[in-house]
Design a protein around this ligand. Structure first.
Ligand SMILES: [Fe+2]
Ligand SMILES: [Fe+2]
Length: 254
Protein backbone atom coordinates (compact mmCIF):
# COMPACT_ATOMS: atom_id res chain seq x y z
CA UNK A 1 0.00 0.00 0.00
CA UNK A 2 1.40 3.36 -1.10
CA UNK A 3 -0.12 6.39 0.63
CA UNK A 4 0.44 9.86 -0.82
CA UNK A 5 -0.92 12.97 0.88
CA UNK A 6 -1.97 15.97 -1.17
CA UNK A 7 -2.19 19.41 0.40
CA UNK A 8 -3.17 22.41 -1.70
CA UNK A 9 -3.71 26.15 -1.75
CA UNK A 10 -2.12 27.22 1.50
CA UNK A 11 -2.03 30.89 0.35
CA UNK A 12 0.57 32.04 2.87
CA UNK A 13 0.03 35.80 3.15
CA UNK A 14 2.03 36.88 6.18
CA UNK A 15 -1.05 36.61 8.42
CA UNK A 16 -1.70 34.35 11.36
CA UNK A 17 -4.68 32.59 9.81
CA UNK A 18 -2.96 31.03 6.78
CA UNK A 19 0.08 30.12 8.90
CA UNK A 20 -2.06 28.45 11.58
CA UNK A 21 -4.08 26.45 9.08
CA UNK A 22 -0.97 25.29 7.19
CA UNK A 23 0.76 24.38 10.44
CA UNK A 24 -2.27 22.36 11.59
CA UNK A 25 -2.31 20.31 8.37
CA UNK A 26 1.44 19.70 8.35
CA UNK A 27 1.42 18.79 12.06
CA UNK A 28 -1.36 16.27 11.43
CA UNK A 29 0.77 14.62 8.72
CA UNK A 30 3.84 14.76 10.91
CA UNK A 31 2.08 12.94 13.73
CA UNK A 32 0.67 10.09 11.63
CA UNK A 33 1.90 6.72 12.87
CA UNK A 34 2.83 5.81 9.28
CA UNK A 35 5.50 6.86 6.80
CA UNK A 36 3.86 8.43 3.76
CA UNK A 37 5.34 7.79 0.33
CA UNK A 38 5.05 11.52 -0.41
CA UNK A 39 3.40 14.77 0.53
CA UNK A 40 2.46 16.87 -2.50
CA UNK A 41 1.59 20.54 -2.18
CA UNK A 42 -0.18 21.51 -5.38
CA UNK A 43 0.23 25.25 -5.68
CA UNK A 44 -0.94 28.64 -4.48
CA UNK A 45 1.81 28.63 -1.90
CA UNK A 46 2.33 32.39 -1.47
CA UNK A 47 -0.86 34.41 -1.77
CA UNK A 48 0.76 37.31 -3.64
CA UNK A 49 3.98 35.61 -4.78
CA UNK A 50 6.17 38.05 -2.82
CA UNK A 51 9.63 37.38 -1.38
CA UNK A 52 8.35 38.18 2.12
CA UNK A 53 5.59 35.59 1.86
CA UNK A 54 7.97 32.92 0.54
CA UNK A 55 10.41 33.63 3.36
CA UNK A 56 7.84 32.22 5.81
CA UNK A 57 7.11 29.08 3.79
CA UNK A 58 10.08 26.77 4.56
CA UNK A 59 9.30 26.87 8.29
CA UNK A 60 5.66 26.00 7.57
CA UNK A 61 6.20 23.33 4.92
CA UNK A 62 8.51 20.98 6.76
CA UNK A 63 7.90 17.26 6.73
CA UNK A 64 9.51 14.00 7.73
CA UNK A 65 7.89 12.52 4.59
CA UNK A 66 9.26 13.22 1.07
CA UNK A 67 7.82 16.65 0.18
CA UNK A 68 7.23 18.12 -3.28
CA UNK A 69 5.77 21.55 -3.91
CA UNK A 70 4.60 23.05 -7.22
CA UNK A 71 3.50 26.58 -8.13
CA UNK A 72 -0.05 27.82 -8.77
CA UNK A 73 -1.46 31.00 -10.26
CA UNK A 74 -0.76 32.97 -7.05
CA UNK A 75 2.91 32.02 -7.18
CA UNK A 76 5.88 33.68 -8.85
CA UNK A 77 8.17 31.13 -10.46
CA UNK A 78 11.38 33.06 -9.82
CA UNK A 79 10.62 33.81 -6.15
CA UNK A 80 9.29 30.25 -5.65
CA UNK A 81 12.51 28.77 -7.07
CA UNK A 82 14.78 30.96 -5.02
CA UNK A 83 13.28 29.94 -1.68
CA UNK A 84 11.73 26.51 -2.23
CA UNK A 85 14.22 25.02 -4.71
CA UNK A 86 17.56 26.50 -3.63
CA UNK A 87 19.50 23.70 -5.36
CA UNK A 88 17.69 24.12 -8.67
CA UNK A 89 20.19 24.52 -11.53
CA UNK A 90 17.70 25.97 -14.04
CA UNK A 91 19.26 29.13 -15.51
CA UNK A 92 15.91 30.65 -16.57
CA UNK A 93 14.12 31.98 -13.48
CA UNK A 94 10.72 31.87 -15.23
CA UNK A 95 11.08 28.41 -16.78
CA UNK A 96 8.31 26.01 -15.69
CA UNK A 97 8.97 24.27 -12.37
CA UNK A 98 8.58 20.57 -13.23
CA UNK A 99 9.63 17.86 -10.78
CA UNK A 100 9.53 14.10 -10.60
CA UNK A 101 9.52 11.78 -7.60
CA UNK A 102 10.47 8.20 -8.41
CA UNK A 103 9.32 6.20 -5.40
CA UNK A 104 9.20 2.48 -4.77
CA UNK A 105 6.38 1.19 -6.98
CA UNK A 106 5.12 4.59 -8.15
CA UNK A 107 6.12 7.82 -9.87
CA UNK A 108 4.71 11.30 -9.33
CA UNK A 109 5.24 13.88 -12.08
CA UNK A 110 4.52 17.33 -10.70
CA UNK A 111 3.90 19.68 -13.62
CA UNK A 112 3.85 23.47 -13.56
CA UNK A 113 0.48 24.58 -14.99
CA UNK A 114 0.96 28.21 -13.96
CA UNK A 115 1.32 30.94 -16.58
CA UNK A 116 3.40 33.94 -15.44
CA UNK A 117 1.13 36.97 -15.05
CA UNK A 118 -2.13 35.07 -15.54
CA UNK A 119 -4.62 33.23 -13.36
CA UNK A 120 -5.61 30.59 -15.88
CA UNK A 121 -3.46 27.51 -16.40
CA UNK A 122 -1.68 25.95 -19.37
CA UNK A 123 0.99 23.27 -19.71
CA UNK A 124 3.73 24.73 -21.89
CA UNK A 125 5.04 22.57 -24.75
CA UNK A 126 8.26 22.23 -22.79
CA UNK A 127 6.34 20.78 -19.83
CA UNK A 128 4.43 18.31 -22.00
CA UNK A 129 7.72 17.17 -23.60
CA UNK A 130 9.20 16.74 -20.14
CA UNK A 131 6.16 14.74 -18.99
CA UNK A 132 6.29 12.60 -22.13
CA UNK A 133 9.90 11.78 -21.26
CA UNK A 134 9.06 10.91 -17.64
CA UNK A 135 6.29 8.54 -18.78
CA UNK A 136 8.40 7.00 -21.53
CA UNK A 137 11.20 6.42 -19.02
CA UNK A 138 8.93 4.62 -16.54
CA UNK A 139 8.24 0.87 -16.94
CA UNK A 140 4.60 0.16 -17.77
CA UNK A 141 4.00 -1.78 -14.58
CA UNK A 142 4.76 1.33 -12.50
CA UNK A 143 1.76 3.67 -12.04
CA UNK A 144 2.39 7.36 -12.69
CA UNK A 145 0.36 10.07 -10.98
CA UNK A 146 0.41 13.39 -12.84
CA UNK A 147 -0.16 16.37 -10.55
CA UNK A 148 -0.53 20.09 -11.25
CA UNK A 149 -2.35 23.12 -9.88
CA UNK A 150 -5.09 23.82 -12.44
CA UNK A 151 -7.78 21.17 -13.13
CA UNK A 152 -8.18 20.65 -16.89
CA UNK A 153 -12.01 20.41 -16.82
CA UNK A 154 -14.82 22.58 -15.40
CA UNK A 155 -15.96 21.46 -11.93
CA UNK A 156 -19.24 23.37 -11.42
CA UNK A 157 -17.17 26.02 -9.67
CA UNK A 158 -17.90 29.05 -11.89
CA UNK A 159 -15.27 31.33 -10.35
CA UNK A 160 -12.52 28.73 -10.87
CA UNK A 161 -13.80 27.13 -14.08
CA UNK A 162 -13.03 30.36 -15.94
CA UNK A 163 -9.39 30.11 -14.87
CA UNK A 164 -8.96 26.35 -15.23
CA UNK A 165 -6.22 24.68 -17.28
CA UNK A 166 -6.69 25.35 -20.99
CA UNK A 167 -5.17 23.53 -23.96
CA UNK A 168 -5.89 20.26 -22.16
CA UNK A 169 -6.55 18.30 -25.37
CA UNK A 170 -2.73 18.17 -25.73
CA UNK A 171 -2.47 16.50 -22.33
CA UNK A 172 -5.27 14.07 -23.20
CA UNK A 173 -3.45 13.09 -26.40
CA UNK A 174 -0.27 12.50 -24.42
CA UNK A 175 -2.18 10.36 -21.90
CA UNK A 176 -3.46 8.18 -24.74
CA UNK A 177 0.12 7.15 -25.48
CA UNK A 178 0.92 6.15 -21.89
CA UNK A 179 -1.42 3.57 -20.35
CA UNK A 180 0.44 3.62 -17.04
CA UNK A 181 -0.61 7.24 -16.44
CA UNK A 182 -2.94 6.21 -13.61
CA UNK A 183 -4.59 9.46 -12.46
CA UNK A 184 -4.45 13.25 -12.49
CA UNK A 185 -4.24 15.27 -9.26
CA UNK A 186 -5.07 18.97 -9.08
CA UNK A 187 -5.72 21.81 -6.64
CA UNK A 188 -6.85 25.40 -7.37
CA UNK A 189 -10.59 24.72 -7.01
CA UNK A 190 -10.59 24.84 -3.17
CA UNK A 191 -13.00 21.92 -3.02
CA UNK A 192 -12.61 18.16 -2.55
CA UNK A 193 -13.83 16.88 -5.91
CA UNK A 194 -13.54 13.78 -8.06
CA UNK A 195 -14.22 13.52 -11.78
CA UNK A 196 -12.49 12.12 -14.86
CA UNK A 197 -10.19 13.46 -17.55
CA UNK A 198 -8.76 11.55 -20.51
CA UNK A 199 -10.36 8.37 -19.19
CA UNK A 200 -8.57 8.60 -15.83
CA UNK A 201 -9.62 9.76 -12.39
CA UNK A 202 -9.08 13.49 -11.87
CA UNK A 203 -8.86 14.03 -8.11
CA UNK A 204 -9.01 17.55 -6.76
CA UNK A 205 -7.57 18.37 -3.34
CA UNK A 206 -9.47 20.78 -1.11
CA UNK A 207 -7.90 24.10 -0.13
CA UNK A 208 -6.14 24.61 3.17
CA UNK A 209 -6.86 28.34 3.11
CA UNK A 210 -10.56 28.35 2.20
CA UNK A 211 -13.34 26.41 0.47
CA UNK A 212 -15.10 27.56 -2.68
CA UNK A 213 -18.81 28.24 -2.37
CA UNK A 214 -20.60 25.83 -4.69
CA UNK A 215 -23.46 27.24 -6.82
CA UNK A 216 -26.10 25.41 -4.76
CA UNK A 217 -24.62 26.86 -1.57
CA UNK A 218 -24.61 30.40 -2.86
CA UNK A 219 -27.31 32.56 -1.24
CA UNK A 220 -26.97 35.37 -3.78
CA UNK A 221 -24.85 36.99 -6.49
CA UNK A 222 -23.15 39.35 -4.02
CA UNK A 223 -22.07 36.70 -1.52
CA UNK A 224 -18.36 35.94 -1.20
CA UNK A 225 -17.11 33.20 -3.51
CA UNK A 226 -15.34 31.33 -0.69
CA UNK A 227 -16.15 29.98 2.76
CA UNK A 228 -13.47 31.01 5.21
CA UNK A 229 -15.03 29.34 8.24
CA UNK A 230 -14.80 25.70 7.10
CA UNK A 231 -11.81 23.72 8.42
CA UNK A 232 -8.67 23.09 6.31
CA UNK A 233 -8.65 19.74 4.52
CA UNK A 234 -6.40 17.45 2.51
CA UNK A 235 -6.47 14.31 0.35
CA UNK A 236 -4.86 10.89 0.70
CA UNK A 237 -4.33 8.88 -2.49
CA UNK A 238 -3.78 5.16 -1.88
CA UNK A 239 -2.26 2.92 -4.54
CA UNK A 240 -2.65 -0.84 -4.16
CA UNK A 241 -0.32 -3.46 -5.59
CA UNK A 242 -3.11 -4.68 -7.87
CA UNK A 243 -3.43 -1.24 -9.46
CA UNK A 244 -6.34 0.00 -7.32
CA UNK A 245 -6.50 3.68 -6.44
CA UNK A 246 -8.60 5.07 -3.59
CA UNK A 247 -8.79 8.68 -2.44
CA UNK A 248 -9.80 9.78 1.05
CA UNK A 249 -10.44 13.33 2.16
CA UNK A 250 -9.79 14.60 5.69
CA UNK A 251 -10.49 17.83 7.53
CA UNK A 252 -8.08 18.99 10.22
CA UNK A 253 -8.79 20.90 13.41
CA UNK A 254 -6.85 24.16 13.74
FE1 LIG B 1 -5.92 28.81 -4.50
FE1 LIG C 1 -5.16 28.73 -7.84
Amino acid sequence: MIVIAQVSDIHVDGGQRSADRTRAVMRYLEELPYDLAAVLVTGDIADNGTADEYAAVPALLTSRHPLLVCPGNHDDRAAFRKVLLPDDTEARPYAPVNQVLRGEGFVVALCDSSVPGKDEGYLEDETLEWLDGVLAGTPHEVPVLVAFHHPPVPLHTPYVDEIRQFGAERLAALADRHPHLRAFLAGHAHTAAATTFAGRPLLVAPGVDSAIRLPWENPGPDSPHVHRDLPPALAFHVLDEDGGLTTHYRTVTV
